[in-house]
Design a protein around this ligand. Structure first.
Ligand SMILES: [Zn+2]
Length: 247
């Protein structure tokens, strides 16, 4: 699917430099128009309660079998609500009836998806579709931290373990979040360009679906690059946009 307009819903409390993120994306998609808007829930406060219907109360039950009630989960000392990412997307979709732009919502709500492979929910940083959702909490919690982290917290205080392994994973308020967010936005845009197949097998490409924090940092922060295949796809897309008056 071709598109020209991309709209970001963002709030400063998320601590991403959105201009920096847009600047990175513009280098790959120079013919697109990126628009920064405020918080989605400030723009549509009527959806605040709606979003709560995507809350999950049991990690090991799919969304259709959740028991009522809003539970919080302990994430290494942080009490956090979990949301079914696809259900959240489905509930928010009516706010975007027109298809003249790609809506991307940045949020600190922690999105999760249920896996039938191990029959449990897993945290996700990214939910692609309409709207697409980038969870800043998910950027911290979804890709796995170094193995040492999980071994060390069995016997040591979380804060001291985080300090010891500082730099090896993205943490809350981390300035590297801006570049990581740019990588997730690229995955969203390629999701639409490829009609639903954004991820890359090449472990050095920004479209690679990193499952580990150290891989995420390597491909999005330390050495951000796009493989030849995806570079060609972007070039073709940019050429199509430049030859059309309106999309
Ligand atoms: Zn690639």
């Amino acid at each position: 699917m071709d598109f020209r307009y991309v709209r970001f819903y963002y709030e400063p409390s998320l601590q991403i430099d959105l201009d920096g993120t847009i600047n990175e994306i513009s280098q790959v998609f120079p013919n697109c128009i990126f628009e920064a808007c405020g918080s989605f829930f400030e723009y549509r406060p009527d959806y605040q309660m709606t979003a709560e219907r995507a809350r999950i109360s049991e990690i090991r039950q799919p969304f259709g079998h959740q028991s009522p009630g809003h539970q919080f989960f302990d994430l290494y000392g942080r009490s956090t609500a979990l949301y079914d990412g696809f259900e959240l997307q489905r509930l928010l979709a009516p706010a975007f009836p027109e298809e003249s732009f790609i809506p991307i919502i940045f949020t600190d709500l922690l999105t999760c998806t249920f896996s039938e492979e191990d029959w449990r929910y897993h945290a996700r940083a990214l939910i692609c579709g309409t709207p697409s959702v980038i969870s800043t909490t998910g950027i911290v919690e979804a890709p796995a931290k170094p193995r040492e982290f999980y071994l060390s917290i069995l016997t040591q205080n979380v804060d001291s373990v985080k300090k010891k392994l500082s730099g090896r994973f993205i943490d809350y308020g981390d300035e590297r979040m801006t570049k990581v967010a740019a990588g997730y936005v690229l995955q969203i845009l390629f999701f639409f360009i490829t009609n639903g197949d954004p991820f890359c097998e090449d472990i050095s490409c920004r479209l690679h679906n990193a499952h580990w924090q150290e891989d995420l940092i390597r491909i999005q922060v330390e050495n951000p690059a796009i493989c030849t295949k995806h570079r060609l796809l972007a070039n073709k897309f940019n050429h199509r946009l430049s030859t059309r008056e309106s999309i």
